[in-house]
Design a binder for this molecule. Structure first.
Ligand SMILES: *Cc1c(COP(=O)(O)O)cnc(C)c1O
Length: 225
């Protein structure tokens, strides 16, 4: 388990957010076409108000128990999305609280979701576009049948491509996700992290998920932890 980040400064995060927005605008997409979600898995629960102070409204968590703990500690502070590996037995825990689930990837979780009384819950399917054995998500060839069998509406696709030294290496994976979504008439594309979000935006991302690049310290006078 990695250490949680402490000693965040709102001014740093605000500047990081402005820079991310500028980089998105530089691709030619307009800021309201691309939502920025802040991934908070490395942020300690008591640091979350600093994110809100910096203007962050939409956050994503990877673990169901962490999501519920953080959300309950700060009710109403953010809108919450779930972006981690979705275990079917955890679906009832998070479904009442989240805006969107990005990472549906199993029939068992789909059945649990369909049983939730949340008509407004938005759901994306995670696809392992690189067919990387170490990665979560449906394989591209499994998507057709999964969508056809789904009793609930699916709004889009999400992917988490391999770590790459050069963000250009992931362009073909983002393009592949965009094509899969277009083939199935799906609108939302959750793709791109700190390392490669500008490439993802160029390839059509509608939501980028940023962690480290928004949380980094910028000033020389960073408070000691
Ligand atoms: C941590 C995480 C991110 C953000 O990654 P960074 O490299 O910190 O920007 C995005 N998506 C998922 C699913 C994550 O777990």
């Amino acid at each position: 388990m990695v250490d949680l980040i402490r000693g965040l400064r709102a001014a740093d995060i605000r500047a990081n957010l402005a820079e991310a927005r500028e980089r998105i605008a530089a691709t030619g997409r307009t800021p309201d076409e691309v939502e920025i979600l802040t991934a908070v898995k490395y942020v300690a629960v008591q640091e979350l108000p600093t994110l809100a102070e910096a203007g962050i409204e939409l956050v994503g968590e990877n673990r169901a128990d962490a999501l519920v703990e953080k959300m309950r500690a700060h009710p109403g502070l953010f809108r919450w999305d779930f972006i981690g590996a979705l275990q079917s037995r955890r679906v009832p825990l998070i479904a009442p609280h989240v805006r969107m689930i990005h990472s549906l990837a199993s029939q068992s979780a789909l059945r649990r979701l369909a049983a939730q009384e949340r008509a407004d819950l938005r759901v994306l399917v995670e696809v392992n576009v690189a067919s990387d054995p170490g990665k979560a998500g449906l394989l591209p060839e499994e998507l057709d049948e999964f969508l056809a069998s789904s009793p609930i509406a699916i709004e889009g696709l999400m992917t988490m491509p391999p770590l790459a030294a050069d963000p250009e290496a992931n362009r073909r994976h983002f393009a592949a996700l965009r094509e899969l979504a277009a083939d199935h008439g799906l609108r939302e594309l959750s793709m791109g992290t700190s390392q490669d979000f500008t490439v993802a935006v160029e390839e059509g991302a509608t939501i980028v998920r940023l962690g480290s690049s928004l949380l980094r310290g910028r000033s020389a006078h960073r408070r000691a932890p």
